[in-house]
Design a protein around this ligand. Sequence first.
Ligand code: ADP
Ligand code: MG
Length: 351
Amino acid sequence: MIKVSNLTKKYGSNLAVDNISFEIEKGKIYGFLGPNGAGKSTTMNIITGCLAQTEGTVIIDGHDVFDEPTAAKKLIGYLPELPPLYTDMSPKEYLTFVAEAKGIKASEIGPEVERVMERTAITGVASRLIRNLSKGYRQRVGIAMSLLGDPEIIILDEPTVGLDPRQIIEIRELIKTLGEDHTVILSSHILSEIQEVCEQVIIISHGRVVANDTIENICLMGNQHPVLHIVAKCTPDAAVAIVDEYEEVTHYAITECSEGTELELTLMPGTDITDRLFFEFAGAGIAIRYLSNRVSLEEIYLKLTEAAFEDETQGVAEITDISSDNETEEEEYKPMFREAEEEEDENDSDL
Ligand code: ADP
Ligand code: MG
């Protein structure tokens, strides 16, 4: 459906998109995930024909976006990061205006505007001024705009930024329903959002694609460096005495916690000592409060994008390739992907 090949974008000397290639198949919901500044909006602007690339090609259903922009753009509905809403119009007036600009036949504009308003549940506010609508409803108007003309592909750039938690849930539900009959690309810097809505994830960091797979497969990447998390009701010394016996443990971090001791064990690739440790602790009369050998998508995401984070804080710019044999030192938890969820919308009401 979409084939992006060797796409590069430079803003002056700043390399925003660095030779990326990926394909989007028909009918799935794709997550375009990466920290701020990773190059998500730049890539989306190029795919939608709003921005010219420096190098590379984007082919939409056989049409090159650069050479045949009209044919390619017909297939795409786009909600940019900052939707160009005319706030002195009502949703109905605005959508009618955009439908005309998109070249929809005059006789079809009325029914088409009704259709997209129904689909995005804004019919009830059709005649209010957009500036009087909540951010959640304004975002629905933006999504309705992207649906005009019934394009096969819908591209949404960070559609939930700045919304309150309830609005976020509603917009996510709306996106899921759009995925039933469209190919959807949704960008976000919030991992949980991508995890909840998308089937396939493209992780981008420093303008490069660092992972492109199903969420399940990306989680499996963690098996190359198995990690065991344990919380045991004992002293750190007692825990160390047990763990030290296992040659599979290549590295451990131990901290005292309210429930006893928290351990993070890094194991030799391909090994699993979860069950053995469970019985060993139990045999020593130590209760295990938590035991998990699953590496979360969040941990993998942090690993894949940590170079970008370090770059922002310390000026270090190196891409970490998790699939290669990079050392796993103790890692600090960096809760940098939650900010939008915590952001307060000054307008709490729904309308
Ligand atoms: P994201 O959407 O992932 O946050 P962007 O695509 O907006 O990332 O930005 C990628 C990089 O390109 C950043 O370093 C950003 O500062 C830079 N950039 C984005 N837009 C422009 C622009 N119009 N002019 C110059 N640099 C830009
Ligand atoms: Mg962006």
